[in-house]
Design a protein around this ligand. Structure first.
Ligand SMILES: C[S@@+](CC[C@H](N)C(=O)[O-])C[C@H]1O[C@@H](n2cnc3c(N)ncnc32)[C@H](O)[C@@H]1O
Length: 197
């Protein structure tokens, strides 16, 4: 990492920590995702024609999604105003939506079958009034096609949230130790899918 990148990363981490102090339940972590977590998450988005990233925060994951899948349509959703503005400056206005996903459900409707949602949303600490409509939206997104997948990480061993439908099954993928705190990657998709990305 060059000195200017290191400085930028320190500034982003400080901003992230401030946003955590402002709204701990919505942010759900004290530090941005590590490079190792971001790269591991990208592995599970392979094969997608369209990617939606939920709760992009500092853009630590966005950066690798952009790098790894330059041909794929990417939409990035972030509810925190200053963080969304910084994402827009870095990745361009076209891909960043400065809003909550529950108030922009249109983003998930009418997209290709081969779509993947990569989520950093902290479901365990989100207020129920937010978590419930978002989980219902993700359920409908996944049930609409066996080719779709949710990629989510958590800081504990428990599933990120209970599967919202019997046809949808969580699979625990890898543990990423080099993250603060260490994170498990999970995928949720239709149980009888033959589609392996
Ligand atoms: C764990 S943090 C993101 C970490 C991110 N991967 C990073 O490295 O910066 C979760 C993010 O989700 C955002 N968020 C929480 N609820 C949201 C919602 N309903 N819609 C969109 N973004 C949301 C928060 O503002 C926060 O930036």
């Amino acid at each position: 990492m060059c000195p200017c990148e290191h400085q930028e990363s320190l500034v982003l981490s400080a901003k992230f920590f401030l946003s955590y102090l402002k709204a701990p339940g919505l942010v759900g972590a004290i530090a941005p995702s590590s490079v190792f977590l971001a790269k591991a998450l990208c592995q599970h988005a392979r094969g997608a024609r369209h990617i939606i990233e939920l709760g992009a925060g500092t853009g630590a994951i966005t950066r690798y999604l952009r790098e790894k899948f330059p041909e794929v349509t990417l939409v990035v959703v972030e509810q925190d105003g200053p963080m969304a503005a910084a994402l827009e400056r870095r990745f361009g206005k076209g891909i960043v939506v400065a809003d909550t996903i529950q108030s922009r459900q249109d983003l998930i409707k009418g997209i290709p079958d081969q779509s993947v949602v990569v989520s950093s949303l902290p479901f365990r600490s989100l207020p129920e009034t937010i978590a419930m409509p978002v989980i219902a939206l993700l359920r409908d997104f996944l049930l609409a096609s066996p080719e779709r997948r949710l990629v989510q990480y958590t800081y504990g061993q428990r599933v990120p949230f209970r599967s919202p439908h019997r046809a949808l099954v969580w699979k625990r993928q890898n543990l990423v130790l080099r993250n603060i705190p260490p994170a498990w990657i999970w995928t949720l998709q239709q149980s009888d899918t033959k589609h392996k990305f």
